[in-house]
Design a protein around this ligand. Sequence first.
Ligand code: HEM
Length: 126
Amino acid sequence: MGARIASMALRLFFLLNLVLGLIFWFSDNDAIVPFHMLVGILFVISLWVYSALVGLQTGNVGLVAGSFVLGLLLAIIGMTQASILSSANSPHWIIQVIHLLLAFLAIGFAESVGGRAQRTLKARAA
Ligand code: HEM
């Protein structure tokens, strides 16, 4: 039950933040950034909560560890991104693409490893 709510929150925050991030990317409207960071942090928290809940139910330690590392990396890159990007000669688009890829990697990892772990548990119970 808790894992289902966390997984819905995860998808919702991801989609919302993807839209906010893309609007910022193409409009350069700075007012969006604090809101994007807030939703981003909520995304990372729901990623960790989801993985911890599924990890506790299934004993899948790799899921918990992988999500923890990916979430932390996404938050660190996200929070330092504005200063990295403003330094002279920085390869802007590389950092932007890494940031976006990490976000997709984080949700993809949680969906595939978490989903598989839950299905294994259900199959065992049946
Ligand atoms: C759901 C996960 C996330 C997605 C899909 C996402 C996506 C994006 C996209 C598409 C952009 C515009 C391109 C760019 O400048 O990189 C962006 C910018 C940004 N993101 Fe995220 N992001 C996510 C999570 C986060 C988190 C967790 C943080 C930090 C707490 C964060 C902080 C930022 C910042 C500060 C920028 C603006 C950087 C600048 O000034 O150019 N993002 N994000």
